[in-house]
Design a protein around this ligand. Structure first.
Ligand code: ATP
Ligand code: MG
Length: 378
């Protein structure tokens, strides 16, 4: 992060040398003032995207409504956006919260026309002209609770009132934008307090794709804290379990296919684990990572659970860890003119089960012989 920060300051100096203004803005400055690490460093400039193209050799135009260019500098990537308005002050004034409306110059001078530093000190989420700010882009209302959860800040009273009166407007917001903020809210260390505030506002009833009830919010509030590195899939799975769902319709959340698959897998092994301990075969099928998540979820929901160490020990003892470890392959079974079909998958699974349970050694000839015998008796 430190090297990214240095690089960002260096980058704005270069832009300034070409006669434009440039500043670090938004979350990066907020986190810097809080002495926290920031995921990304956003930069604004008076230069237009095509002008930036002349300053830097490596730029990529972003396909968004904003005039944003990605600049690559010494291995770091920065989003550089053209100022909205004539001055940096105009740009800062149209941002969501005062704590996100602070800019920093190349010589680390702080520009803070909205009084964001004062709110950082007070631990307060506030907006200048909240009515306009929240209604221009209703997602900002959810961002308020997201920041409450991440920072443990209190929400200014006027802002709360504005959200209460305008909550229905968030229905127009795209589900992809909602889910990003929702995940950050769920992962925040002050989630319990933030969800209590959210419940007061009633905003949760209007979230596209989510539609959470009061009871579900309460269940979510009771979960222990997620670790920083908890995966998106794990957080989503916990969310669905709080909603009491094991068969989920993930279509409404516009998640990627890979995420949807990963969530379904966790939910189905969570169900399986309710009925029995991990067998060698199920652990092999699930993967160690999924099994760990399932055990984590079990502990959060108050069930007996295996520790990472126990799971690791069972895993280390597995004869097979991946499909390619089996001494035969689908290719071997397709010899002698046999045609592919559902039988192939069944036979491979039978062999995996037999080897993993210790009924058969992982030996090519012996597996082939056992399968032939099995075919004869069927
Ligand atoms: P994070 O630490 O999660 O990246 P962030 O505050 O940097 O938090 P981003 O979504 O990266 O959030 O946005 C960067 C900055 O852009 C914000 O700090 C804020 O100034 C501004 N911003 C982002 N989204 C909005 C929005 N919907 N409305 C107004 N300003 C926004
Ligand atoms: Mg950011």
């Amino acid at each position: 992060m430190q090297s990214a920060w240095k690089e960002a300051l260096h980058l704005i100096q270069i832009v300034e040398r070409h006669g434009y203004q440039a500043y670090i803005v938004g979350g990066a400055v907020r986190d810097w003032l809080l002495a926290k690490n920031s995921a990304d460093i956003d930069i604004v400039t008076s230069a237009r995207p095509e002008e930036l193209g002349r300053v830097f050799s490596k730029t990529f135009q972003m396909n968004t409504a904003h005039q944003t260019v990605i600049v690559r500098s010494n291995g770091h990537l920065f989003e550089v956006t053209t100022l909205r308005g004539a001055t940096i002050e105009d740009d800062l004034c149209c941002r969501d919260l005062t704590i996100n409306s602070i800019a920093l110059t190349a010589d680390e001078t702080v520009l803070d026309p909205a009084g964001g530093r004062e709110d950082l000190k007070l631990g307060r989420l506030r907006s200048i002209d909240p009515e306009s700010r929240m209604t221009e882009d209703p997602l900002r209302m959810l961002r308020v609770y997201r920041f409450a959860s991440q920072l443990g800040f209190a929400i200014d009273e006027e802002l709360q009132k504005v959200i209460h009166c305008n909550k229905e407007r968030i229905r127009e917001t795209a589900v992809e934008r909602i889910t990003k903020e929702w995940l950050k809210l769920l992962k925040g260390p002050a989630r319990t307090a933030a969800l209590a505030e959210l419940r007061q506002s009633g905003l949760h009833h209007a979230l596209a794709g989510l539609a959470v009830t009061d009871d579900q919010l309460e269940a979510l509030a009771k979960l222990p804290g997620f670790e920083e590195e908890a995966s998106e899939e794990l957080v989503w799975t916990a969310f669905f379990l709080c909603r009491g769902e094991t068969e989920v319709n993930l279509g409404s959340l516009a998640l990627s296919k890979a995420s949807a698959r990963a969530i379904r897998k966790r939910l189905s092994y969570f169900q399986l684990r309710r009925e029995a301990a991990w067998s060698a075969y199920e652990l092999y099928r699930a993967s160690l990572e999924v099994a760990r998540d399932v055990e984590r979820l079990r502990s959060w929901f108050g069930y007996s659970h295996e520790t990472d160490e126990t799971l690791q020990a069972i895993w280390d003892g597995l004869v097979l860890k991946q499909k390619s470890d089996l001494a035969i392959s689908g290719h071997d079974l397709l010899q002698k003119g046999r045609k592919p079909g559902p039988w192939l998958k069944k036979e491979l699974e039978w062999a995996e089960r037999a080897v993993l349970s210790g009924r058969l050694p992982n030996d090519h000839r012996q597996i082939i012989a056992a399968l032939e015998e099995r075919r004869e008796t069927e």
